[in-house]
Write a protein that binds this ligand. Structure first.
Ligand code: P6P
Length: 336
């Protein structure tokens, strides 16, 4: 059987009336931008793109040269096509306005252009995370797009995906009817369907959390992780393995591939900051993907996709992955 490329998959989705043609075009453009980012990331020191850019992003985090470059690649690839009313990025404080000379479209694109960038200089997998929303009625009325147009709960996403730049470059995508995985064939220059119907195993014996923050966690997380570490002799009756890559794309990709539980809880270091990960362009797209693959995602209290955003760069606690463990740790929060 001939190989199914991303383009063919999207055309077949459009034909079966799942995916409007302009959404198909948007996904193709984002995928093309991810190929360019993959090319730049793979150059490493040879490309003069390692190290810091000498600037900070809206989060107050030092920007890597590749953070800035990846952001620019996504903006330039998407601004002229006529499929977007606006964009928002981890790397930009304000929403990005489509330049006046270009037509506007029906969608909003929100992204973390290069997640895990602290790993770039040590050659560990990083990735691009993106989320697609519809432009609310009238938001493309020619005036500048306000932040409020983006503040939609994750249930309003029409598509979400990530590219992981690892030993292989892969694109994982959901259009709301399952999760598909595509591997970049560098000779062809095409993303080829290699994982047709991805499912997160219901149960797992593997968890992911940054254990160095343990003393800062709230009681439900202390209780839960304590039970995981107690292993077979403990209340959960089995031994657990632990992984922490400190690159959300890589940790989530592992969970999509073989199950597991990813946790980034709030902690006492900064009570005003509910965890580290951002809702709009990290937690929401990853939660959409995980749920579409049969997993679960909460902030400890509620389903992440149900959260009504209040600001573009707001942070949320994240517990996502194998449903059995997400439900357990969420139950412990509710019992507290
Ligand atoms: P820590 C990367 O900076 C990131 O935003 C996620 O990709 C990753 O899961 C997390 O932060 C790692 O955080 O505190 O372990 O360095």
């Amino acid at each position: 059987m001939s190989r199914v490329t991303l383009s063919r998959y999207l055309i077949e989705e459009t034909r079966s009336n799942h995916t409007p043609a302009d959404l198909r075009f948007l996904i193709e453009v984002v995928a093309r931008a991810c190929k360019e980012i993959s090319h730049q990331v793979s150059k490493g020191a040879l490309g003069g793109v390692l190290g810091t850019a000498g600037s900070e992003n809206v989060q107050g985090e030092v920007q890597k040269k590749l953070d800035v470059l990846s952001n620019e690649i996504l903006l330039e690839a998407n601004e002229w096509g006529g499929h977007l009313a606006g964009m928002a990025s981890e790397e930009m404080e304000q929403a990005y306005q489509i330049p006046g000379q270009y037509p506007k479209g029906a969608y909003l694109l929100v992204f973390d252009p290069l997640d895990g960038s602290s790993n770039i200089d040590v050659n560990v997998s990083v990735g691009t995370i993106f989320s697609v929303l519809r432009c609310p009625n009238g938001c493309d009325n020619g005036c500048d797009l306000g932040e409020e147009a983006f503040l939609q709960p994750g249930t309003e996403q029409v598509a979400a995906g990530y590219a992981i730049y690892g030993p292989q470059t892969m694109l994982m995508l959901t259009l709301g009817n399952g999760v598909k995985g595509f591997t970049l064939d560098r000779e062809l220059g095409s993303f080829v369907l290699t994982h047709d119907d991805i499912r997160v195993p219901e149960s797992t014996a593997e968890f992911a959390i940054n254990m160095s923050n343990q003393r800062h966690w709230e009681a439900p997380v202390q209780r839960y992780v304590g039970e995981l570490l107690a292993g077979k002799e403990g209340p959960l009756g089995k031994n657990y393995n632990m992984r922490w890559i400190a690159s959300m794309v890589a940790d989530v990709h592992r969970i999509l591939t073989r199950g597991g539980l990813f946790m980034y809880p709030r902690d006492a270091r900064d009570p005003s900051m509910p965890g580290k990960l951002r809702l709009m362009y990290e937690a929401n797209p990853m939660s959409f993907i995980i749920e579409q693959a049969g997993g679960a995602a909460t902030d400890g209290a509620q389903r992440i996709l149900d959260i009504q955003p209040t600001s573009l760069h707001q942070r949320v606690p994240v517990f996502l992955g194998s449903r059995e463990e997400v439900e357990r740790v969420t139950a412990y929060h509710r019992e507290a």
